[in-house]
Design a binder for this molecule. Sequence first.
Ligand SMILES: Nc1ncnc2c1ncn2[C@@H]1O[C@H](COP(=O)(O)OP(=O)(O)OP(=O)(O)O)[C@@H](O)[C@H]1O
Ligand SMILES: [Mg+2]
Length: 249
Amino acid sequence: MIEVKDLWKSYNGTPVLKGLNLEVKEGETLVILGRSGCGKSVLLRQILGLEKPDKGEILVKGVCISKLKESALYQAIREMGMLFQASALFDSLTVGENTAFYLTQHNHHTDKEKEELVAEALKMVGLEGKQEALPGDLSGGMRKRAALARLIVYRPKILLYDEPTTGLDPITAMQINELIVKTQKELNATSIVVTHDICSAFHVADRIALNHEGKIVYIATKEEFIKIDDPIVKTFLKNAIPDGDLLNG
Ligand SMILES: Nc1ncnc2c1ncn2[C@@H]1O[C@H](COP(=O)(O)OP(=O)(O)OP(=O)(O)O)[C@@H](O)[C@H]1O
Ligand SMILES: [Mg+2]
């Protein structure tokens, strides 16, 4: 579904992605772990086509995203949705208007259809009836859910999540994890979730990849990942929950 081949990206002469390879299978949820600054958000922006690579290519359903012209790129990324690290809701718009945002941009729907789609998306994320609320009135978890509703509403086939649970309390984080799993099933989507939250990773992942210094050094099912005998992996897992059982919650 998504293939990243030998991807290089530098900023101001400093390489961030250094020949990164990655394959995401159709219908799976792939979690990407990695230390702060290793280029996880950069990778998601590359997949979304927001930035061009210095070298290498990204194929989405066999189409090379980095070489598309603007109109074709627009078409391709309509199938994708990204939940940004900061929820990025429009503060002056209501939750309903925020949720309708991409529908309004595409303008394929009547007002009544839009209303129904918005109501359905808000219901799915547990924000039923919150159309008139303003983002400023919502808690962090509710803002995340509203941002997710804004994606769900146009039913993207590929979902990219950048640290969806960071900064949330454990219970709210778990609600978001459950929503990620539910969204995946309902949209029949392919998802990439970038996170530091190991509990979240093990809750949502089919496979887990580790980005170390700008390259994917491991990619495995969560059952296999936990057995990897490598100090980098072990440090990641140990720092998460010292005595916890990751595979059984
Ligand atoms: N537009 C940019 N201009 C200059 N440097 C950038 C830009 N975007 C990212 N970088 C640099 O690239 C590196 C990787 O950034 P990135 O945001 O991908 O990290 P990350 O792995 O997502 O970290 P975190 O877990 O903290 O979110 C950082 O050193 C960052 O400063
Ligand atoms: Mg980031």
